[in-house]
Every structure is written in structure tokens, then in C-alpha cells.
Design a protein around this ligand. Structure first.
Ligand SMILES: C[S@@+](CC[C@H](N)C(=O)[O-])C[C@H]1O[C@@H](n2cnc3c(N)ncnc32)[C@H](O)[C@@H]1O
Length: 304
């Protein structure tokens, strides 16, 4: 089967991969394999790629697309936070292109999309128990409101949470479309975003525990990178980007003593040099060809 697939910031990621000496890469968010494919097509010195995805359906499509490089690739179906249990050598590049893929959104039965008549799902890993249906139909109004506020940065968090809870007293909310229609009754038409965008994002983050997994993964990725190795991360929303930015800044710091201290005794050493003082954004051309790339931010650091 052919997939119309765009990898975000593909050229920019490639520009950070050196082709003058053999290297080992970890693609922590394989998706349909776009970044790995472009690296293997363009950087002949890459000797091995570890490819992780928690979505086994994405892995099976990526395997087909990457077939000609199968001898160089090890596929791993797991959450990237568990990376250290699969890799017992150091790597030269860790690449993560966070979030979900268009393949997952477009697949109506995955229950990510506003228009889907299928059950609210949103699990990237289908073997996981918690799904969006359970959250929407069982979390208390306060808990729902809190995740909409924190993960969705939704101004109307309490109003939406309360409306959901009132509605489900009569009948559980089954599909994405049902939830999206319910939320749309609360807000005036014609905004730039669909009125459910922030709620759906918050639910997705909660279902997949995305922010905690990202923090764990960043810690582990530093431990498995060789000296001179690069950490290359693409994020799509401000919460993720803030975690990546703060993590890189912390790793770069040489001292974490309070500013009032005259003599440093923290023993903190800088372990990373940030190579992107400002995050790299897609060009206007890329955004026109692939509007989904518009919020992407790329940050890169090199291990000292
Ligand atoms: C934006 S897509 C990656 C697209 C890929 N770079 C490409 O060019 O085809 C993100 C992928 O990461 C996976 N993913 C997200 N969070 C993950 C996690 N914590 N562990 C493993 N895979 C994850 C998703 O299942 C999805 O397939």
C-alpha cells in the first residue's frame, strides 16, 4: 500500500547527521519510518538504526517501507521511556518526533479525530487499558477540569467538564463525534480552532501519559548517547517544547547553586551543548505543503 507521508523538518534533521563516520541512530518515534528512511537514503555511513514505536500497527507499515534496509534496523515495539531495556550499547543520535502521526489521526477507528463515529479511544498503544472513553465517562468533574486546564490550556475547562458530566448522567458519551458535538454547543462558531481541539489534545495527553513518558525518555536518552552524540527532538505543542527546552538548559548548566551563594558547591557539570539557541521552525514552503507541520519546533543538543 502507498502512503502519502510527510516527515516534518526532514532536511533540518538530516543536516545534523554527519556522514563522514559510521554511526548508530535511535529513532525513538518511528511512526511510518519517514525520518529513518530519509537518513538511510542520504547518509550511507549510518551502520545501525534502533526504531521504537509503541504502536505496533505503525511499526508494521514502517517495516514494509524500510524493507531494503532491514539488515541495518532493529524494530522495537514499546514505549520510548523503556529504551534502556532494549539497547545495551551507546548510540550517536537520538531522534524523537513527538506526538501522533497523521496515519493515526486519519484512521477513524483509532478514535483520535473529531469526526470519528468510533469509540473514543486515543491509545497509541492498543494493548493499554486506559482509553479516552473511560476518562470521559468516569473521571470526576474536578479531575476532568484539571486535565483540560493543564494539558489542553483550555480557558473553559470547568464549563466543558461540567457539561460532559451532566450529559453522561443520562447516557455515556461513546464516540469522538458525540463529544465534539457536545462541546460545540458551548462555544460560539467561527473561531480559528475547532472548539474541541484543546479538549481532544488534553485527553490524548492523559490517555498516553505523554508528558511523564517524555521526561523519563529524555533522562534515559542522555545516558545512552556517546560523547559528541546528538539529541534531536521535534515537539508540536508548548507543554512538550517547554519540557525539552528546560531539560536541555538544565543539562547545559555548569552550576545550579542559588544565586546568593558565593562559592559553588553543587558539583553540577555541564553535559550538553545546545546547538539551537532558538528552536528551528518549518519553512513557509513546508507549511504550505504540509499544514500539520506549522507548530513543529526542533531543538538539538550535543553531548560534551
Ligand atoms: C509524529 S509520529 C513520527 C513520524 C515519523 N518521524 C515519520 O517520519 O514517519 C510519532 C510516533 O511516535 C509514536 N510515539 C509517541 N509517543 C511514544 C512513546 N512514548 N513511545 C513510543 N512511541 C511513541 C507514535 O505512536 C507515532 O507513531
Amino acid at each position: 500500500m502507498k502512503y502519502n507521508h510527510f516527515s516534518v523538518l526532514e532536511e533540518e534533521v538530516l543536516s545534523y547527521v554527519d556522514d563522514t563516520k559510521p554511526s548508530i541512530i535511535l529513532d525513538a518515534t518511528l511512526g511510518l519510518g519517514g525520518h529513518t528512511l530519509s537518513i538511510l537514503n542520504n547518509k550511507k555511513s549510518v551502520s545501525n538504526v534502533y526504531c521504537i514505536d509503541q504502536d505496533k500497527y505503525s511499526i508494521s507499515i514502517a517495516k514494509e517501507r524500510l524493507e531494503k534496509y532491514s539488515k541495518k534496523i532493529k524494530f522495537i515495539n514499546d514505549n520510548f521511556k523503556n529504551v534502556k531495556s532494549h539497547i545495551d550499547e551507546k548510540v550517536d543520535y537520538v531522534i524523537a518526533d513527538l506526538g501522533i502521526s497523521s496515519y493515526q489521526i486519519m484512521n477513524m477507528d483509532r478514535g483520535f479525530s473529531f469526526n470519528s463515529e468510533n469509540k473514543l479511544d486515543m491509545r497509541m498503544d492498543k494493548s493499554q487499558i486506559l482509553d479516552a472513553y473511560q476518562i470521559v465517562n468516569s473521571y470526576s468533574v474536578n479531575k476532568l477540569s484539571e486535565i483540560l486546564k493543564e494539558y489542553g490550556e483550555e480557558k473553559n475547562h470547568y464549563k466543558i467538564a461540567n457539561h460532559i458530566c451532566k450529559h453522561r448522567e443520562r447516557k455515556n458519551i461513546y464516540s469522538c463525534k458525540e463529544l465534539s458535538d457536545l462541546i460545540s454547543t458551548l462555544s460560539p462558531k467561527g473561531g480559528r480552532l475547532n472548539s474541541s481541539t484543546r479538549t481532544f489534545m488534553a485527553l490524548r495527553i492523559e490517555v498516553n501519559n505523554e508528558l511523564e513518558c517524555l521526561k523519563e525518555f529524555l533522562d534515559k536518552s542522555i545516558e545512552i548517547l556517546n560523547s559528541g552524540g546528538k539529541l534531536i527532538i521535534i515537539s508540536f505543542h508548548s507543554l512538550e517544547d517547554r519540557i525539552v527546552k528546560n531539560f536541555m538548559k538544565y543539562c547545559e548548566k555548569n552550576c545550579i547553586c542559588e544565586s546568593t551563594k558565593l562559592i559553588c558547591d553543587c558539583k553540577k557539570k555541564s553535559i550538553l551543548k545546545i546547538l539551537t539557541k532558538k528552536p528551528i521552525r518549518p519553512t513557509q514552503e513546508e507549511i504550505s505543503a504540509n499544514p500539520n507541520s506549522r507548530s513543529a519546533k526542533l531543538r538539538v543538543g550535543a553531548i560534551i
